[in-house]
Design a binder for this molecule. Structure first.
Ligand code: PMP
Length: 354
C-alpha cells in the first residue's frame, strides 16, 4: 500500500513509458511451445483394468504432433554442425507430420522446406503444409528401395539439384531418436515420478520408441517394459507385408531396409492390433474420453489397454498419442472412407444415434 501510494505521488512527466509487466508464461515464439506435453489418464477406457493408462498428448505441440520435437532437434543439430547453412533449403520425405514440424520450425529459423509426400496424405495435412509455406512434391510411396520413384530417392535427387540443400533424413538422422531421448523420455519419467512401468508407442521411423524407450530403460535400470504397437501389414512385428491403413506407422519393407535409427533391441514386445479395433478405439477415445486423436493413437492406445489388462495391479502404462484427430476428419471419422479401406463402422462407437 505504502509503496503504491508513494509511486503514485511521483511527478508523472519524469517517468518513462512503462513496459507492461508480463506475467509468466510468456513465450518467445511457437518453438517454445514444442515439448512438455501433458499426460492424461484414460479413466473410462481403462476402467476396471489392473494397470492405469496415461496418454501423452503430442497433439499439444504447435504443429500438432510429436514430430515437432524431431524437426527442431534435427534443424538445430544440423545448424550447429554446419550441415545446414543459414537460409539453406530443407528437403524431407514425410507422411505429413515431420513435414509439418519442419515447415513450422523452418519458418522461424529461415529455411525454405520442400516435402516429398505420398498420395495418401490427408487433405488436412496437405493444407497445413501449404499454410506454413512448404513446397510439396508427390512420390510413389509403394515404390521399393531400389526404384528411382521411391520417396527417399526422389528427395535425394531434388536435394542434389538445389545448391546447399540439406536432407533431414528422419529415417537415418540420429537427432530423431535423440530428440525423444532428451525430451519425451525424461518428461515421462518426471511426470510419473519414476513410477512408469510400461511404455507403449507405435513405430514409424522408430525415433519415438528408440529414443524415449531407451531413456526409460536407462533411467530405470531396465525395469520399464517397452512395447511396440504395429498395424496389420507391417513387418516390424514379423508379419508379412500388406496394405497398411494406419497413417504414420508400420513398414512394408523387409528388415534389411528398416530405418537405421530404429533400435529393435529396445522393444520387449511388438503387438499387432486389427484395423477395426484401431479405428473403433479412435472413436471410443472421442466418445468416452473426449479426446480427438489420430489413428496411430488408436493403435498405440488399444495396445496399451491390452498391456494394462495383463499387467500387475498398480502398473503405470504410458502410451504415446502422436497426433490429434483433426487431420483425419475425412478418414478415421468418415464411415465411407472406412468402408473404402475395408472396414465396417456399424459396430464402432458413434455419437450419431444419441
Ligand atoms: N504416428 C504418426 C501419426 C506419425 O506421423 C508417426 C511418424 N511417422 C508415428 C506415429 C511414429 O513415430 P516414429 O516415427 O517416431 O516412430
Amino acid at each position: 500500500m505504502t509503496s503504491l501510494h508513494a509511486s503514485a505521488a511521483l511527478p508523472q512527466a519524469s517517468v518513462a513509458p512503462a513496459t507492461p509487466a508480463l506475467t509468466a508464461p510468456v513465450l518467445a515464439s511457437a518453438i517454445d511451445l514444442i515439448g512438455n506435453t501433458p499426460l492424461v489418464e484414460l479413466t473410462h477406457l481403462a476402467a476396471g483394468l489392473p494397470g492405469r493408462v496415461f496418454a501423452k498428448l503430442e497433439s499439444r505441440n504447435p504443429g500438432g504432433s510429436a514430430k515437432d520435437r524431431i524437426a527442431l532437434n534435427m534443424i538445430r543439430t544440423a545448424e550447429a554442425n554446419g550441415e545446414l547453412a543459414p537460409g539453406a533449403t530443407i528437403v524431407e520425405s514425410s507422411s505429413g507430420n515431420t513435414g509439418i514440424g519442419l515447415a513450422l520450425v523452418g519458418r522461424l529459423t529461415g529455411h525454405p522446406v520442400i516435402i516429398i509426400h505420398s498420395g495418401f496424405i490427408s487433405v488436412e495435412k496437405k493444407t497445413v503444409l501449404l499454410a506454413y509455406g512448404a513446397q510439396l512434391v508427390e512420390a510413389d510411396w509403394e515404390a521399393g528401395p531400389e526404384d528411382p520413384n521411391n520417396a527417399r530417392a526422389l528427395a535425394d535427387r531434388i536435394a542434389a539439384e538445389i545448391p546447399g540443400a540439406w536432407r533431414s533424413s528422419q529415417y537415418e538422422n540420429a537427432a530423431n531418436p535423440s530428440a525423444h531421448y532428451t525430451t519425451t523420455g525424461p518428461e515421462i519419467w518426471q511426470q510419473t515420478g519414476g513410477a512408469v512401468t510400461h511404455f507403449v508407442a507405435g513405430i514409424g521411423t522408430g525415433g519415438t520408441i528408440s529414443g524415449a524407450g531407451r531413456y526409460l530403460k536407462d533411467v530405470s535400470d531396465g525395469r520399464v517394459r517397452v512395447i511396440g504397437a504395429d498395424p496389420v501389414g507391417s513387418t516390424y512385428s514379423g508379419s508379412p507385408a500388406s496394405t497398411i491403413v494406419v497413417d504414420g506407422v508400420g513398414t512394408r519393407w523387409p528388415q534389411s531396409n528398416w530405418p537405421g535409427i530404429f533400435d529393435p533391441g529396445v522393444t520387449d514386445d511388438i503387438r499387432v492390433i486389427p484395423d477395426e479395433r484401431v479405428y473403433d478405439t479412435v472413436r471410443r477415445l472421442a466418445m468416452d474420453e473426449a479426446l480427438l486423436l489420430g489413428p496411430s493413437s488408436g493403435l498405440a492406445i488399444a495396445t496399451a489397454l491390452d498391456v494394462a489388462a495383463e499387467a500387475d495391479p498398480g502398473s503405470i502404462v504410458v502410451v504415446i498419442a502422436p497426433d490429434g484427430g483433426n487431420n483425419y476428419l475425412t478418414k478415421a471419422f468418415n464411415d465411407e472412407w472406412l468402408a473404402s479401406a475395408g472396414m465396417n463402422a456399424d459396430g464402432f462407437a458413434d455419437g450419431s444415434s444419441d
